[in-house]
Design a protein around this ligand. Structure first.
Ligand code: 13P
Length: 286
């Protein structure tokens, strides 16, 4: 993954934010924020949502068309988050995605390595990079529910070496959705992993983690950080406020525009805490 934005971020000690989208207004909000702050970003579409988003081809082309229509000049990478099967990952690769994640969190490590490698072989042949996962990020994301299962260090090394992945998401205590209590991340494990493997780490479940813990994770090798819940909370809070202002309101633009502003503002905060602002650069591989 030479000259890839995540590789560059690791070298420069910042993280590229992955912001998941749930439709057109999310695309618009995160692109506006990236352009304003001159930041490379990753737009994530989670596999569980693909049908709702219109399918791999449709959503990929829609994001591309929106980038063109808004005359976006910063690098934007399009990523499949939590690919549920090998076939689904291949479909995203065929649609043009820049990167895919294979979610092997429910499998034995042997099966996880085998299927992740299948995705890697297919994706690499088309210049697409692959994120692997060890352990399980807990919580709920778009109806996908799971318990936290800490990543085993030896399993992480085995996945990196045997499946030849480009980035690794080790589950170390973070959860999708809202945290019950304070997040308790495995910084010691992150430190050990950083010494044993060379590829960039990916942090899932970043909404609700303090800025100082996010910075610590970046210092310990995380070069891609995923956000979904925080964006959706700010969007829905604004939407509720707007609708509560007047029962007479039915003009869609008047209802939705403030909520796009809320997405944009949250995306700006995320870009800034990841240190990705002003990191625009030409990448030959996204
Ligand atoms: P949050 O639910 O904490 O925003 O995490 C999103 C995520 O990790 C997507 O993969």
């Amino acid at each position: 993954m030479e000259n890839h934005m995540i590789h560059y971020a690791k070298d420069q000690s910042f993280a590229v934010p992955q912001m998941n989208i749930n439709g057109l207004i999310w695309i618009e909000g995160v692109l506006s924020a990236a352009e304003k702050l001159n930041a490379p970003i990753i737009i994530g579409t989670t596999d569980k949502n693909i049908e709702y988003l219109g399918g791999y081809d449709f959503i990929y082309q829609t994001i591309k068309n929106k980038i063109k229509a808004m005359q976006i000049t910063v690098p934007v990478s399009i990523h499949l988050d939590h690919g549920l099967t090998v076939e689904n990952c291949k479909s995203a690769v065929d649609a043009g995605y820049d990167s895919v994640m294979f979610d092997g969190s429910k499998l034995s490590i042997e099966e996880n390595i085998k299927l992740t490698k299948e995705v890697v072989d297919y994706a690499h042949a088309k210049g697409v990079i692959v994120e692997g996962e060890v352990g399980a990020v807990g919580g709920e994301e778009d109806g996908l529910i799971g318990q936290v299962r800490y990543a085993d260090i030896d399993d992480c090394i085995a996945l990196v070496e045997q499946a030849n992945i480009d980035t690794l998401a080790p589950a170390l205590g973070s959860v999708h959705g809202k945290y019950q209590g304070e997040p308790n991340l495995g910084f010691e494990e992150m430190e050990i992993l950083g010494q044993k493997i060379d590829i960039p780490l990916v942090l899932h479940g970043a909404s609700g983690i303090s800025n100082s813990d996010l910075q610590r994770a970046i210092d310990l090798g995380h070069a891609k950080i995923n956000f979904n819940t925080e964006i959706n909370i700010s969007w829905s809070n604004q939407l509720r406020d707007t609708l509560n202002e007047s029962e007479e309101l039915f003009n869609p633009q008047k209802i939705l525009k403030p909520s796009i502003g809320a997405i944009e503002k949250t995306a700006e905060r995320i870009i800034n805490i990841c240190g990705a602002n002003q990191q625009n650069k030409v990448f030959t591989q996204r």
